[in-house]
Design a protein around this ligand. Structure first.
Ligand SMILES: NC(=O)c1ccc[n+]([C@@H]2O[C@H](COP(=O)([O-])OP(=O)(O)OC[C@H]3O[C@@H](n4cnc5c(N)ncnc54)[C@H](OP(=O)(O)O)[C@@H]3O)[C@@H](O)[C@H]2O)c1
Length: 378
């Protein structure tokens, strides 16, 4: 690579109805006075990246690849019925990659002290060899942390920590999480164990129960088990959890968010002193924070009138948490990046490998323990 250029991943939805993923060569950016230039060495492919990279509307069966090296292009058809939703990004060559880790190789006048530091950052456009971001947005890692370890220091760690903040702010005392064997879910198990927060984990396979139990999880309910609802109610009676976070949206044939609310209601009624036709007077909340399952959400309303179902996103939540507390959360992530917030990757891949059909299909699955790490310099 020339010293003056940098390559990066681009995703374009074309007017012809395709999504094309390619590698662009651009001028290496120069930091302004409050910015740093990061040599990005690692960036994970998270579910939140896939929405931009391949879009929710791509037909993976139509995947084809042409060229090689920096000229590799992966192409997929967009389902025609979903082209309307793609209008705002039509023919726009978009940079991708929410977060990453790297080393500061240059800095503006006010950030020279960061040169040589390993940082984690959620700067967007992180599938880039070099990336300029504001010095303030960098999480400076402790001595001995590698860029790969720093690369997932924002999206999942801070979301898991923010679940606990939400619980406290909204006066709940325990949490339920779904797709709980995920990278994020495993972090949440460790946080809740350390912080003494009762946590009920919901997974969909028996082997995922083992993964979480091995991490020290106390309550793990499996939707594939015939006793799922019974187990869930029992865990909710013991923990008193009235706050659920659902990463699927449409999990368990669309029923999962409603099943959680129903189990909360059954648990609440076990301690009710008298019958009320409006249901229990305990407020029950489920937040959908991911779209792992695109099945429509089905609510069989059997949980009275004291409940809420809403969306949850980290970025607006940071505003509610406030910068002081958020700063403390970031410090904890840097300190515990090798333990509580450690991420595991199935493979480290180059930009060219990232565009290969079998690899695209593998990361599009969003399976347990199947997260890929992109190394822009491989
Ligand atoms: N709202 C926010 O601000 C925010 C922030 C960060 C993360 N998130 C969300 O958090 C979730 C977890 O992210 P991650 O990076 O930790 O994921 P990950 O490590 O890639 O794991 C994904 C997990 O989801 C499970 N899964 C996939 N499809 C499923 C389905 N249809 N029904 C039930 N389980 C399913 C997988 O299990 P199998 O092996 O069984 O497929 C796997 O355990 C994602 O939905 C992500 O979008 C949201």
């Amino acid at each position: 690579m020339s010293e003056q250029t940098s390559t990066e991943i681009r995703s374009t939805v074309t007017s012809e109805g395709n999504v094309e993923i390619s590698i662009a060569r651009v001028e290496k950016p120069t930091p302004s006075e409050n910015e740093v230039l990061i040599k990005v060495e690692a960036s994970p492919i998270n579910p939140s990246d896939l929405g931009l990279l391949i879009s929710f509307a791509a037909d993976l069966d139509s995947l084809s690849v042409s060229g090689s090296g920096d000229n590799t292009v992966a192409k997929m058809k967009i389902h025609p019925g979903l082209m309307g939703a793609m209008k705002p990004r039509l023919d726009d060559s978009m940079q991708v990659g929410n977060e990453g880790g790297g080393v500061v190789v240059d800095a503006g006048a006010n950030a020279k002290h960061l040169i040589g530091k390993t940082v984690g950052v959620a700067g967007g456009a992180m599938y880039s060899q070099y990336r300029c971001v504001s010095a303030q947005s960098c999480l400076v890692m402790e001595e001995g942390t590698t860029p790969a370890e720093a690369s997932s220091s924002f999206v999942n760690p801070l979301t898991a920590l923010a679940f606990v903040e939400t619980m406290k702010m909204e006066n709940h005392t325990a949490i339920i999480n779904t797709a709980a064997a995920s990278n994020l879910g495993q972090m949440l198990v460790k946080i809740c164990k350390d912080d003494g927060v009762p946590l009920v984990n919901i997974v969909r396979k028996p082997e995922q129960v083992k993964v979480l139990k091995d991490l020290g999880a106390e309550y793990v309910c499996d939707t594939s088990d015939a006793d799922f609802m019974k187990d869930l109610v029992s865990a909710l009676v013991t923990t008193g959890a009235t706050l659920g976070f659902d990463a699927t949206g449409g999990g368990n044939e669309g029923k999962l968010p409603g099943q959680i609310l129903a189990a909360m209601e059954i648990a609440a009624n076990k301690t009710a002193k008298e019958y009320s036709r409006y249901g229990s007077d305990i407020y029950k909340q489920v937040y959908i924070y991911g779209g792992l399952d695109q099945t429509p959400t089905v609510l069989n309303r059997s949980f009275g009138m004291q409940w809420g179902l809403g969306g949850w996103l980290l970025t607006p939540m940071i505003g509610r948490i406030g910068m002081e507390r958020f700063g403390q959360m970031r410090e904890r992530v840097a300190k515990e990046i090798k333990t509580t917030f450690a991420s595991h990757y199935t493979e480290e891949i180059s930009f060219e490998e990232m565009l290969q059909p079998e690899i695209i299909k593998a990361y599009a699955k969003q399976g347990t323990g199947a997260k890929y790490l992109v190394n822009p310099h491989k």
